[in-house]
Design a protein around this ligand. Sequence first.
Ligand code: KG4
Ligand code: ZN
Length: 333
Amino acid sequence: MIKILGIESSCDETGVAICFDNQLQAHCLYSQIDLHKLYGGVVPELASRDHLRKIIPLIDQCLVQAKIFKSQLDAIAYTAGPGLNGALLVGASVANALGYALNKPVIPVHHLEGHLLSPLLSENKPPFPFLALLVSGGHTQIILVQTIAHYQLLGESLDDAAGEAFDKTAKMLGLPYPGGKHLAELATKGKDCYKLPRPMINSKNLTMSFSGLKTAVMILINNLQQQGVDLEQEKNNIAASIETAIIEVLVKKILLASELTGINNVVIAGGVSANQSLRAKLKSNKNIQLYVAPLEFCTDNGAMIALAGFYRYQQAKFNYSFSVFPRFELINA
Ligand code: KG4
Ligand code: ZN
């Protein structure tokens, strides 16, 4: 049995996990959200310092949970990018130091590959090939996953990511960082009564665009304020209108991808895949079979890195270079 330690430190979550083959054995996560909340977004320097404080104790804790010693590990996988340079370097340094000390291979993992494969952590695993709607804070992409390490980018957002659209519009509503989850909570109590734009929804390709939503929401809020409407009372409806606009575009595009490729196994991954309304819309669609990661593994975590590390180890697709790539293309990674 192959024992892999996975380390995630690309942004504001320190995640550590251990997989025995493709089975998750232990995982520990420390979220820095409370630290960055004060500033309304991630402060890179604070993120790096906090990863540094937490990473070793988390690894120790995870080894105890998995009931193994460091020396029993077969390899160490870490997120090599994309992400914040300093934050990535913390995970990369610790992984490489451990690998050097234990004389074990070190596997750089693409963060998005981790997200992409995270539904394989569920009981109900997607069969290959499948389509993946990757919706995180930094990326919105539709990817054809032929098999491990064979990925084809079919379409993506030209500008803001879906998670970014959630977070930035949530900020306009005065919600704390990261706003996606909070906005989704308000949306459950509201109605889609303000028709916000759904850019490119009817284009016959898989390209998306979310940056215009910020302007539309800003104009809506200004108009409501000028009309003397109490924003506090309208927040739920505005949130529901924003969420519906984003989700309708995502649903339409992934269904179009299924139509164009003839593949109906669909995976949603990345932080926005935790969104209940997106899950419900796709789950109830009879034309596709939906696969998702367990909720706790939708946002950043070490489990997805350990799992991707295991598959890369199996294929011997790794090298010993010590590198991080703040900007990193998944295709051909
Ligand atoms: O994958 P992730 O943890 O980090 C990146 O790799 O970017 O995704 C974080 C994103 C944030 O934009 C956050 O607001 C969004 O996922 N998010 C949600 C929900 N939970 C997290 N967006 C909508 N609804 C949610 N329930
Ligand atoms: Zn992520």
